[in-house]
Design a protein around this ligand. Sequence first.
Ligand code: HEC
Length: 220
Amino acid sequence: MSTPSPIDPRQEKSAQPDDAILAAHEKHAGAKTAPGHYHLLPLALLFIFSGLIFYAGTYLNRYSGHFSGKVFDERQLPTSGAAVAAKIDPLVLGKKQYNLACVTCHMPNGLGLPGVYPPLAESEWVLGSEERLISIVLHGLKGPVTVKGNVYGTAAMPAFGQVPGSGYNWNDEKIAAVLTYIRHEWGNNAGAIATERVTEIRNKAGARKEWTEAELLALP
Ligand code: HEC
C-alpha cells in the first residue's frame, strides 16, 4: 500500500500536536466535579432503588411461598381425608359404580332381563327396607325371589361386600353410593343410604354366604 498523500483530510485531523490533545483532555477533566461531592439526583435515585429492592425483597419473602411448586397449584389434589370425603357426591360415585358392575345384568334402564335379571326400577326390594337392600348387595342373593310379581331364580346376584372368595371388594362408601343411586334413578324416589348404615349392617351380619328370599323377609 502506498503512503497516503499529506492532503488526506483524515490524516490532517489526527495529525494534531500532542499538546493540543492533552489540553483538550485537561479541559474535560476540569469539568468534572471534585471528588467527595455528589450530585443531588443520583443520590435520590440511590435511595429510590434501595427502597424498591427492599420492598421487592419483603414482598417475595411474604408472598413467594418460598417458591414451592405446591403453592398456588390449581391442579393440586386435597390431601386431607375430610376434604376428599366432603367432595364426593354419592349420586356421582353411585352412577360410576353402577355402570362399572351392575349395568351388565340390571341394564342401563334398570329393567333387567325378563326371566333372568330382575328390574331395579320400581322394585319393592330397592324402594323398601334398607337392611334387606344393603344385605342383598353386601352378600348376594340366590334362589327364587319375587320382584314386581315375577319370580326370578335362574341366575344368582353376586356379593359386593368384602366377602372371602368374592371378586368384588367394595367398601361401605361405594355400596351406600350405588344404593343411593338406584333408589334415585329411573323414577325411583326413596331416601339416600348412609355409609354408616352399611357399616352397621355389615357388622351385624358378619361374614356369611348369599341370602335367600325367606332369610331376607325375616329381616326388619
Ligand atoms: C351377574 C349379574 C348381576 C350383577 C352384576 C348384579 N346383579 Fe343384582 N341381581 C342379579 C340376579 C340374578 C338377581 C336375582 C337373584 C335371585 O334370583 O335370587 C339380582 C337381584 C338384585 C336385587 C334384588 C331384586 C331386585 O330386582 O330388586 C337388587 C336390589 C340388586 N340385584 C341390585 C344390584 C346392584 C346394586 C348391583 C351392582 C352393585 C347388582 N345388583 C349387580 C344379578 C346381578
